[in-house]
Ligand binder design. Structure first.
Ligand SMILES: C[S@@+](CC[C@H](N)C(=O)[O-])C[C@H]1O[C@@H](n2cnc3c(N)ncnc32)[C@H](O)[C@@H]1O
Length: 314
């Protein structure tokens, strides 16, 4: 499975989520994560500039702007991401975010490795579950370049020891199994009239049986969704299947994007098992690590690691 980061993240943000963990954080990040960020924002002064890299749909930028609005501090917040940003969908899902969202400058299709900003433009650069996805040395050089001397790079990264990773690996196995069933060829060939309706139904029944056997070993939401899709296909007449085509292809596409996003997350996590190297790359770029630790959710789940780097004076 080939990873196209820009496409699968854009597809995800298009749905109007604010966070990348919507099952845990339905609006924006809260609890210990929000506490960490509030601490960082406390040092922002009037007319400062803040840059949130790998902002996605702007979770941290929105937390920052929310803090500044509450405290009546006029500072400028920017958010950049390689993927597209969908603030219209965010505002549609969460209308209360509109005022803060409109105050932030979001820049799409922009990699951390090539930031469109002046040297020393920012007082603070933030990243959450983001910097680890980029080319570390190029990204670190760019973050160091756009920070002013004494400026801070505050970040929360994934935590490779987290139990979240075990869940992700399980999900990856399920996606692998689904890929092995090769829905693409089956549906493409059917809709290209390469075989008849009766033979299509036979093949669908066979696939349904394999998924049911897998489901017996390990219950999964992903497989349940596929079983539901197959049930509605089996309940459809030949005529109805024609009108159903777009929905089926969309379902398959969305699952492929989710698989690709999962592989991206697992890769970023795996890279972080070498923490010394991670910190070393940033220090080599002139960012001194002054603090680091773990952020845990209420039930002891390590959701991330935090780091504070300060740009050294020349
Ligand atoms: C897990 S999401 C995190 C989004 C948000 N910061 C959050 O905490 O929910 C990772 C984001 O990093 C972005 N990304 C990955 N590689 C990037 C790069 N090289 N430059 C800029 N953004 C990148 C992806 O497009 C995606 O939106």
């Amino acid at each position: 499975m080939k990873i196209n980061q820009q496409a699968h993240w854009s597809e995800y943000w298009k749905q109007g989520y604010i966070t990348s963990l919507p099952q845990d954080f339905s609006i924006n990040y809260n609890g210990k994560i929000a506490d960490f960020w509030r601490k960082q924002f406390k040092s922002i002064n009037m007319n400062d500039s803040i840059l949130d890299i790998c902002t996605g749909n702007g979770a941290i930028a929105l937390l920052c702007q929310g803090f500044l609005t509450n405290e009546n501090i006029k500072a400028k917040v920017y958010g950049i991401d390689l993927a597209e940003n969908f603030q219209k969908s965010v505002i549609n899902n969460f209308p209360e975010q509109k005022t803060n969202s409109n105050k932030i400058t979001f820049i799409n299709n922009t990699p951390v490795e090539n930031l469109p900003f002046e040297d020393g433009q920012f007082n603070i650069v933030t990243s959450q579950f983001g910097f680890e996805y980029c080319d570390w040395s190029k990204g670190a050089a760019e973050v160091a370049r756009v920070l002013q001397a004494g400026g801070r790079f505050a970040l929360i990264t994934h935590n490779p020891e987290s139990s979240i990773i075990a869940t992700m690996s399980q999900e990856r196995n399920e996606h692998e199994f689904i890929e092995s069933l090769d829905f693409d060829s089956l549906f493409n060939e059917y809709y290209e009239n390469k075989f008849a309706y009766t033979s299509f139904r036979r093949k669908i029944k066979k696939i349904n049986k394999s998924i049911l056997s897998y489901q017996e070993i390990k219950k999964s939401m992903l497989l349940e969704n596929f079983l539901n899709m197959l049930s509605s296909i089996m309940a459809s007449t030949e005529k109805h299947l024609i009108t159903y085509k777009e929905q089926i292809f969309n379902f398959i596409k969305q699952n492929k994007q989710a698989y690709s996003r999962l592989l991206d997350l697992i890769d970023a996590n795996n890279a972080l098992t070498n923490l010394e190297q991670f910190v070393g790359v940033l220090e080599y770029a002139g960012l001194g690590c002054t603090k680091s630790g773990t952020i845990e959710l209420a039930d002891d789940i390590k959701v991330g690691n935090y780091y504070i780097f300060i740009k050294q004076h020349d």
